[in-house]
Design a protein around this ligand. Structure first.
Ligand SMILES: Nc1ncnc2c1ncn2[C@@H]1O[C@H](COP(=O)(O)OP(=O)(O)O)[C@@H](O)[C@H]1O
Ligand SMILES: Nc1ccn([C@@H]2O[C@H](COP(=O)(O)O)[C@@H](O)[C@H]2O)c(=O)n1
Length: 219
């Protein structure tokens, strides 16, 4: 393993294609190389609240996330220590009781709508990416996904979009684009951008491997 894992932040609006981009990058490397940490899994625990109250939470506001825990976990990974990653249940709107023990890897991808919003997280990143997709495509993709995979109705998706997703996107998500080193239009199927990202990661890893080899020869 190299001296310090490379940390990559992948931000972008809900439905922009962050997960798809991240998966495509991961597919270009062995399973042992990249660890993905989803910011969504670090939504504050709401198991103490009744289900009806959890429906009222604004899940697109920075305060909905437990970034302190996320930062603590990223720092542990950077120090080559394993973490107990939380698991999130979108149907119950809270963390699951289980956690997954994950080991550090050479590359850590932090993915989430507001991953570039907290300067403490941005400071830990080597590469910052913003997946930029028009709002009409994002809501269409989200509608299909939330109904199929997250147990939502058409009405609830529309209501949530108008009342929190859209206004929070404009206030908090979109402004973080300015911190990105790379902006990927359209997300998941932009294979040129995905190849460029993969090449950059491979280059960093090979440079770092050469440096470690050099150090071990010198010692
Ligand atoms: N380029 C694309 N064309 C069509 N559908 C896409 C594309 N990129 C992503 N999707 C679909 O849109 C939905 C949201 O994409 P996802 O990658 O999960 O976005 P995010 O993680 O930003 O919310 C998923 O169901 C995904 O399969
Ligand atoms: N209980 C929850 C938690 C989050 N959301 C929505 O998820 C979106 C972020 O996930 P993406 O994969 O779409 O980036 C965010 O916009 C929240 O509104 C939710 O609906 N319910």
């Amino acid at each position: 393993m190299q001296d310090k894992p490379v940390v990559i932040g992948v931000a972008g609006g809900s439905g922009s294609g962050k997960t798809s981009v991240t998966k495509s990058i991961c597919q270009r490397f062995s399973d042992k190389t990249i660890l993905v940490i989803e910011q969504d899994y670090y939504y504050k625990d709401q198991s103490h609240l009744p289900f009806e109250e959890r429906l009222e939470t604004n899940y697109d506001h920075p305060l909905a996330f437990d970034n302190d825990l996320l930062i603590q976990h990223v720092r542990s990974l950077l120090n080559h220590k394993s973490i107990n990653k939380p698991v999130y249940d979108y149907k119950l709107h809270t963390r699951s009781k289980e956690v997954i023990k994950v080991e550090p890897k050479d590359v850590i991808i932090l993915e989430g709508i507001l991953i570039l919003e907290d300067p403490r997280l941005v400071d830990l990143m080597d590469i910052k990416v913003f997946v930029d997709t028009d709002a009409d495509l994002r809501i269409l993709r989200r509608m299909v996904r939330d109904i199929k995979e997250r147990g939502r109705s058409i009405d609830s998706v529309i209501d949530q979009y108008l009342n929190s997703v859209r206004p929070m996107h404009l206030q908090f998500v979109e402004p973080t684009k300015r911190y990105a080193d790379i902006i990927i239009p359209e997300g998941g199927e932009n294979y040129v951008a995905i190849d460029i990202m993969a090449t950059k990661i491979a280059q960093i890893l090979s440079k770092s491997n050469k440096n470690s080899l050099q150090k071990s020869i010198e010692n």
